[in-house]
Design a protein around this ligand. Structure first.
Ligand code: 6R9
Length: 663
């Protein structure tokens, strides 16, 4: 076996996951946050006492055209029906009702373009835009149930287009503006979209991206597309299909600002969003209206502690990611928030761009991803220190496990050591946040998403579905239905069952595909995708724990580890690391890092090989694609890179290999 004599580790076998990393730092909520928190500790007990009554109370946050007759119908799992018989209009809830309540002058969106242009839309203006766009969609022949592909950059029209679809009951399918024509075409075909909404282009890293050219290529190969509605963003010359293309400013601007929002059934489809995971054909995750909007609104209120009158909220995600759907469009707008929307990248024209925006709009609530936080760590604390970030009162993280050291850096260097940090776990399939601290309640542990939110239930099980005890690792499952759960995979319900529900069919659990552990207090630590878990000498080791150990070494900003095939140990751990600014690669570095990991979590987790790289392969939502690193480590041809944000990264990494430390 191994030289690891730790009892817990010896008990580990292929059924559970090693629990190696220990973290003792604790951060109780600041008193002023606790004193005024939107949600207090009672919410957990209230929800436990009567889960359906709890969610029914949260649904009252919305305006219903017709009340529901049943909170939850779970008679045909895994397809839930929430707020059965109720009717509502998602766009009315996100826009009109705030105007009717007298808040029409409140800014909904502060838009900041990459070149520095900006504009602010009040709720009254947003309502007019959404109504005009809804009228334009109707004129273009779009009706309830039709699918509309949205291929737009981060401009307010993206939110307007989504809300206009919702307003008329059309189903939007947003595709990342960075996706290739072929990726867009495949999604249009799968959904059978009849309209494509796009833009001439957008600004990125100081240049203009010709989005229309990509849209044209996709549309030309998509027989279902009847019209292409084009927003003018950059003003550069574009190709024009006279019979097919329609300018947004010509079609939308002349419409009436009156549009009556009809109530749609609570289970009416709201959107499809494709998630590729790490492999395979993208899955069109289907979300419906009432339950989704209820949980998006409640979680945004609870987790970000939003005070709509005074807070300025900024979620840096792209609208093409589920985070943009739930926490740029539906959650914050349903709650009447004032939010920032930024078109560009964090380093254009300089590496302080995010902090300049926080300072300019006096952002109070910031929601970003670990990948961005680790990039900022790499660039160094001196950059944010040049800006006034004193407006910030809460920081959020989503997308990947946040390494404890990145959590601490975020709180210290961005939050001035005073802000709560909420690490929020959820998925495209869950629709909204599931596991997260509550900022006024939870004593946070850096790196832990802590507990399921009130009304949500999750657990950690072994491979047979037995619940593991505190101090043990295994597979994360969701064991009770929740309002914003996916209702299926568009056009492939069997795949929905096979992917998420078949594994623990006997128990009726939803299998999230993530590893997790419960610490001694029962708090949850996410350990990365199950597909990435490494098996070394009979021990299942999570990528997250080894990466977090590496990132806890001061010279390391970011790390990705993979298990590569090994004749003696099954797999050997190969680590790819990015150094923090000012640190150079040197001869002893690999040995130092190996020792550091060994001391931090144990000799079993020591990487065999350490490779310093300038960048890591990531998806458009910033997740590390370990599959590609495994190809490199096992010296194979590199697999499918179509969902990679920057296709040149793999060349940079491969170029580093001859110099790798091969001891
Ligand atoms: C919202 C979103 C879902 C997967 C999920 C998990 C990872 C997201 C996380 C996290 C650890 C967190 N993930 N948040 N892992 N801690 N706070 O990211 O949706 O793009 O569908 O990805 O992302 O692996 O299963 P999506």
């Amino acid at each position: 076996m191994t030289d690891d004599t730790d009892d817990a580790a010896n008990a580990v076998n292929q059924e559970t996951l090693s629990n190696l990393l220990k973290e003792n730092r604790r951060f109780p909520p600041p008193q002023d946050v606790a004193d005024h928190a939107n949600v207090t500790a009672e919410a957990y007990a209230e929800a436990d006492a009567d889960r359906e009554a709890f969610w029914a109370a949260q649904a009252e946050r919305l305006h219903w055209e017709q009340p529901w007759t049943q909170v939850l119908d779970w008679s045909e799992p895994p397809v839930a029906k929430w707020f059965v018989g109720g009717k509502l209009n998602a766009a009315y809830n996100c826009v009109d009702r705030h105007v009717e309540a007298g808040n029409g002058d409140r800014v909904a969106i502060h838009f900041e373009g990459e070149p520095g242009d900006s504009r602010s839309l009040t709720y009254a203006e947003l309502k007019d835009e959404v109504c005009k766009a809804a009228n334009a969609l109707v004129e273009l022949g779009v009706g309830a149930g039709d699918r509309v592909a949205v291929y737009l950059p981060m401009i307010p029209e993206a939110a307007v287009a989504m809300l206009a679809c919702a307003r008329i009951g059309a189903v939007h399918s947003v595709c990342f503006a960075a996706f290739s024509p072929e990726a867009l075409r495949g999604r249009i075909e799968d959904a059978g979209a009849k309209l494509l909404i796009t833009a001439d282009g957008y600004h990125r890293r100081g240049s203009v991206v010709n989005l229309k050219a990509n849209a044209d290529e996709a549309a030309a190969a998509s027989p279902t597309i009847e019209k292409v509605l084009v927003v003018r963003r950059t003003g550069h010359d574009v190709q024009w299909e006279q019979d097919r293309d329609v300018w947004w400013h010509e079609s939308v601007d002349r419409q009436s600002t009156d549009h009556t929002a009809e109530g749609f059934d609570s289970e009416h489809p709201l959107y499809i969003l494709y998630t590729s995971g790490t492999t395979g054909k993208p899955k069109g995750i289907l979300h419906t209206t009432g339950g989704y909007l209820t949980q998006a609104s409640y979680t945004h209120h609870a987790v970000f502690d939003l005070k709509p009158e005074t807070d300025v909220y900024w979620c840096t995600a792209d609208v093409g990611w589920v985070t943009g759907h739930s926490y740029i469009v539906y959650g914050p707008l349903a709650n009447g928030a004032t939010e920032v929307m930024y078109e560009g990248t964090p380093d254009t024209p300089h590496q302080g761009r995010f902090w300049e925006i926080v300072q300019k709009y006096k952002v109070t609530l910031l929601y970003t991803a670990p990948t961005a936080i680790r990039t900022f760590m790499k660039w160094g604390s001196a950059i944010p220190a040049k800006f006034d970030l004193s407006s910030l009162r809460l920081l959020g993280s989503v997308g990947e496990p946040i390494n404890p050291e990145a959590w601490i850096w975020y709180r210290e260097s961005i939050g001035g050591g005073r802000t709560p940090v909420v690490d929020t776990w959820w998925q495209t399939e869950t629709g909204a946040i599931m596991i997260s601290p509550l900022p006024g309640v939870t004593e946070a542990k850096p790196g832990s998403a802590m507990r399921p939110l009130p009304g949500i239930s999750a657990n950690v099980v072994d491979k047979d579905g037995n619940i593991v005890g505190n101090g043990h690792g295994g597979l994360l499952v969701l064991d009770k239905p929740w309002p914003s759960m996916a209702r299926g995979i568009w056009g492939d319900q069997q795949r929905f069952i096979d992917t998420y529900w078949a594994r623990f069919a006997d128990q009726g659990y939803y299998f999230a595909g993530d590893g997790a552990k419960k610490d001694e207090d029962g708090d949850l630590w996410l350990l990365g995708r199950v597909d990435d878990i490494m098996l070394v000498s009979g021990h299942n080791i999570s990528t997250t724990e080894v990466e977090s150990a590496l990132v806890s070494y001061p010279a390391v900003a970011e790390a990705a580890v993979v298990g590569a095939k090994d004749e003696t140990t099954g797999q050997r751990i190969v680590a790819f690391v990015i150094l923090r600014g000012g640190n150079e690669e040197h001869e002893e570095l690999a040995e130092t890092l190996r020792d550091h990991v060994s001391k931090a979590i144990g000799p079993i987790a020591k990487p065999r090989q350490i490779i310093v790289v300038p960048e890591l392969p990531k998806t458009r939502s910033g997740k590390i694609m370990r599959r590609l690193l495994r190809d490199v480590a096992e010296d194979r041809a590199i697999g499918d890179t179509t969902t990679l944000a920057d296709s040149t990264v793999m060349d940079l990494i491969s170029a580093k290999l001859p110099h790798a430390d091969e001891d």
